[in-house]
Design a protein around this ligand. Structure first.
Ligand SMILES: Cc1ncc(COP(=O)(O)O)c(C=O)c1O
Length: 430
């Protein structure tokens, strides 16, 4: 009880110093105090299964990552203007997970900074300004990146430098069109946006998308869309920028990077969130042909980006993914979770579709033939009460987003299925 009162008092103090509009999850705020692997614990000592947070990619407080950070922070922490083995060794290891043409990297502290840097580079190399995104995009919080944020950001409404295409979605796509026709329709939207940029003398610098279309709802794309759209982008002189802030670091299980499921290699890949398992590190990977001329003229330096402590954390994450074989776990446990969710779909009419990409799942909720936004909100709040953390995504926020740590196991899946079954019933989603 006293802990409960402490949480309420903390909430009031938070409002005073952070205001009413700083985003928070759940109708009833969750006051967390510790975490371990796929579990987090609240101030009352209640355990929650974390099926949402991808930042603790190899599990909350993984001992190898914690040790790597502690050991380096108690030895030396400066920045990339000094020669340091951690930085070079980490980047050699990181770039080895990419196509050979993507052989150099630059480090930042966040995914937003990584996307900002990618935009600067694309505009620098092409001499053009126009960037294409989807109409449900979120790529971060800096001023230039906010212009890309068609899902949430005011800047996106007034900019002339960004155009959006409809999300390439089969599920709600268009009743009367076949999959091939849908693909033509979305590729045509890319072509029209490029034409418009040119007519408006803004010029076309590139297209920036998450290859998993994670914020858009983990879409099932019309077959061939990415290869056709990105070939077109390159033909028309633009850069293909893959935002792997959510999708990367082996989450699909089959590839290190989500773009590797398609045959077109991006010009720039941006990353962040899981990179340091919670320690702030982000970055871009591209070819030396792009990075060298840009760095020569832009003199990019980031005081904290890629410091030896961050690189120690980043290296530990890559080692844990390999040593604990977390990519094969993403495939096997991912399949188990997918099947369990599909079994729930047979019981609950409200589950319209189950989507999966390794250890990443989207559950589309539908009622009366429409996206079930209110139901999704009720379900995630009910799940929280039932001890499992998930959230929503998509244009109408009617898709349940499940994106646990890569260490998630079938036994955790069983807890998830029981809670979701119960929560759907409690929320009225038979
Ligand atoms: C796809 C994507 N890109 C970029 C970002 C921004 O990353 P950060 O919050 O580290 O700046 C996010 C954050 O949610 C994201 O989902």
């Amino acid at each position: 009880m006293s802990n409960h009162i402490d949480s309420m008092a903390l909430m009031n103090r938070r409002k005073k110093v952070m205001g009413d509009h700083t985003p928070m999850f759940y109708d009833r705020p969750l006051h967390l105090v510790k975490g371990n692997d796929v579990w987090v614990v609240d101030a009352q000592g209640k355990y929650y299964l974390d099926v949402y947070n991808n930042v603790p990619h190899v599990g909350h407080c993984h001992p190898q990552v914690v040790d790597a950070i502690c050991s380096q922070v108690s030895t030396l922490n400066l920045h990339t203007r000094y020669l340091h083995d951690n930085i070079v060794t980490y980047l050699e290891k990181l770039t080895s997970t990419f196509d050979a043409s993507l052989d150099m990297a630059m480090l930042t502290c966040t995914g937003s900074e990584a996307n900002e840097l990618a935009l600067r580079m694309a505009r620098h190399v092409t001499g053009k300004q126009g960037i294409i995104v989807t109409d449900c995009a979120y790529h971060g919080n800096t001023e230039a990146v906010a212009e890309l944020g068609t899902a949430f950001m005011n800047e996106a409404k007034s900019t002339r430098r960004v155009k959006s295409i409809p999300i390439p979605d089969i599920y709600w796509g268009h009743d009367k069109l076949s999959e091939d026709q849908l693909c033509d329709y979305y590729v045509h939207a890319v072509q029209s946006a490029i034409d418009e940029f040119e007519e408006e003398q803004i010029g076309f610098a590139g297209m920036l998308v998450c290859p998993d279309f994670a914020n858009e709802g983990l879409l099932n794309l019309p077959r061939g869309f990415m290869n056709r759209a990105m070939s077109l982008v390159k033909q028309r002189g633009g850069l293909y920028i893959a935002d792997e802030v959510q999708a990367g670091f082996g989450r699909s299980g089959h590839h290190w990077w989500a773009h590797q499921q398609f045959s077109i290699t991006p010009d720039i890949v941006t990353m962040g969130k899981p990179m340091g398992n919670g320690h702030p590190i982000g970055g871009i990977v591209a070819s030396g042909d792009l990075i060298n001329p840009f760095s020569k003229s832009a003199m990019y330096f980031n005081t904290f980006g890629g410091n030896p402590v961050s690189c120690a954390a980043g290296m530990a994450v890559l080692q844990v993914i390999e040593n604990q074989q977390l990519m094969s776990n993403a495939i096997s446990t991912g399949q188990y979770v997918k099947k369990g969710l599909q079994a729930l779909q047979t019981k609950h009419d409200a589950i319209g579709e189950v989507r999966d990409l390794g250890m990443f799942f989207g559950v589309e909720l539908v009622q009366e033939g429409r996206p079930a936004t209110q139901l999704a909100r009720k379900v995630i709040n009910q799940m929280r009460e039932n001890g499992v953390l998930i959230s929503t995504i998509g244009k109408t926020r009617s898709i349940l987003k499940l994106r646990p740590a890569m260490t998630f196991q079938p036994r955790h899946g069983d807890i998830l299925f029981e809670a979701l079954d119960e929560s759907l019933r409690q929320a009225g989603g038979y």
